[in-house]
Design a protein around this ligand. Structure first.
Ligand SMILES: Cc1ncc(COP(=O)(O)O)c(C=O)c1O
Length: 405
């Protein structure tokens, strides 16, 4: 791009970067185009197909002419399904005018920030975080306040850290449970303790990203903050979506519940940008949320087996230590034990990004660096990939790590 073209861009476009997982995907595609055999652990979406009854609902919508614009907050039948879902699974009781659907949870997070954040407003983001949060705050002129949540705290925000980070400019705290990238989940007691802090700071709102709600393993149970701390509900935006639970990432549909004035402002922003979510996706999502939910637990069972396997395989690699995630489909192993080691080519691994590049070049395994998620030295691997890939990818990682000196 020429200098003139760059000057044409707004500051807000220059303040942000493409998502690292999208950049990794481009790199993997390039290497594959060169004939390299790459095992890809960077993908953030289920590898399973959308369940057949949901696909059929999309086809039926097309055939029945359900192809028009809808209200910008979403078509009423879908909002009713979302309302019933929140009641049934989260003990949250929203009125229809307190609900909205968007082009993925991502659009709803973005739109909520756009509707509320002024220049200089602060948004507290516990790290490791989903890579898009800081950039979404920046593009809306806000200031991301990143709080490191070490492994010793289960990668979770503590009440003390939250209390210390709140200022008069704090607008939101963004909580993601289960978490991408660590799989950490907040229990009810932990949420109540955070709620006590927020009770002392009534100007601070809570945005909860619960997109991985249904991917919780073993004894882990998802708790919705607004249900656990009802006093906070009047300043909480609860965000969820069908992408991960129903393998519907490309359908692009998320939903949220929150106070009416906020939902109304978000709907206005959507009405002046995307108008509404595709009517076809809305029909399919209504069926996803109202039909038999067995497909969700079946998918979770598949991910559970993969989680157990990848954690065991990575913990067998000298220099890697992999905590067991409670939810989502990512592991976040520490590579502290690999730093300072020398590759066969004589290069010293100094950062988690060095480890990523070494694994990609030497082992043909694509993973992401903890630095991209705000906490080093870690890697992020997605286990939304086949058991064969998990076995082979971890075998390659073990071999590559054994070659380090
Ligand atoms: C934590 C988190 N929130 C939101 C999203 C986006 O979800 P959607 O497809 O509904 O936009 C993702 C996708 O990777 C995610 O990891």
């Amino acid at each position: 791009m020429s200098g003139v073209d760059t000057l044409f861009l707004a500051d807000r476009a220059r303040a942000i970067k493409p998502s690292p997982s999208m950049a990794a995907k481009t790199r993997v595609d390039q290497l594959r185009a060169q004939g390299r055999d790459i095992i890809d652990f960077t993908v953030g979406e289920p590898d399973l197909p959308t369940p057949a009854h949901i696909v059929q609902a999309g086809i039926d919508a097309l055939n029945s002419g359900d192809i028009r614009y809808t209200a910008s907050a979403g078509a009423r039948p879908l909002l009713e399904a979302v309302r019933a879902k929140f009641q049934r699974e989260n003990s949250l009781d929203y009125g229809l005018d307190e609900l909205i659907v968007g082009v993925g949870a991502k659009q709803l997070i973005f739109t909520a920030l756009a509707a509320t954040v002024q220049a200089g407003d602060e948004v507290i983001i516990p790290a490791p975080y989903w890579v898009s949060y800081p950039d979404m705050v920046l593009v809306n002129d806000g200031t991301p306040v990143v709080l490191a949540c070490p492994e010793a705290d289960g990668f979770k925000l503590t009440p003390q850290a939250l209390e210390a980070a709140i200022t008069p400019r704090t607008k939101w705290v963004l909580l993601n449970t289960p978490s991408n990238p660590t799989g950490a989940m907040y229990g009810a007691d932990e949420l109540r303790a955070l709620g006590e802090v927020l009770a002392r700071h009534p100007h601070v709102w809570l945005m909860t990203d619960e997109i991985y709600e249904h991917l919780a393993y073993g004894q882990a149970r998802h708790a919705s903050p607004a249900a656990v701390v009802p006093a906070l509900a009047a300043r909480t935006l609860t965000i969820n979506g069908v992408s991960k639970a129903y393998a519907m990432t490309g359908w692009r549909l998320g939903y949220a519940g929150g106070p009416k004035p906020l939902i109304k402002a978000m709907a206005t922003l959507i009405s002046q940008s995307t108008s509404c979510v595709s009517a076809i996706s809305q029909s399919a999502a209504r069926v996803a949320l109202t039909a038999d939910q067995r497909c969700v637990s079946e998918a979770a069972a598949v991910f559970h087996l993969r989680r157990d396997r990848i954690v065991a395989l990575l913990n067998a690699v000298p220099g890697i230590r992999c905590p067991q995630p409670q939810g989502a489909f990512y592991v976040y192993p520490s590579v502290d034990g690999l730093l300072g080691k020398r590759t066969p080519a004589g290069r010293v691994l100094e950062t988690d990004l060095d480890v990523v590049m070494y694994l990609l070049d030497e082992a043909g395994v694509a993973v992401l660096d903890g630095a991209a998620y705000g906490l080093s030295p870690y890697l992020r691997l997605s286990f939304a990939t086949s058991m064969e890939n998990i076995e082979e990818g971890c075998r390659r990682i073990r071999e590559a790590c054994a070659a380090l000196r």
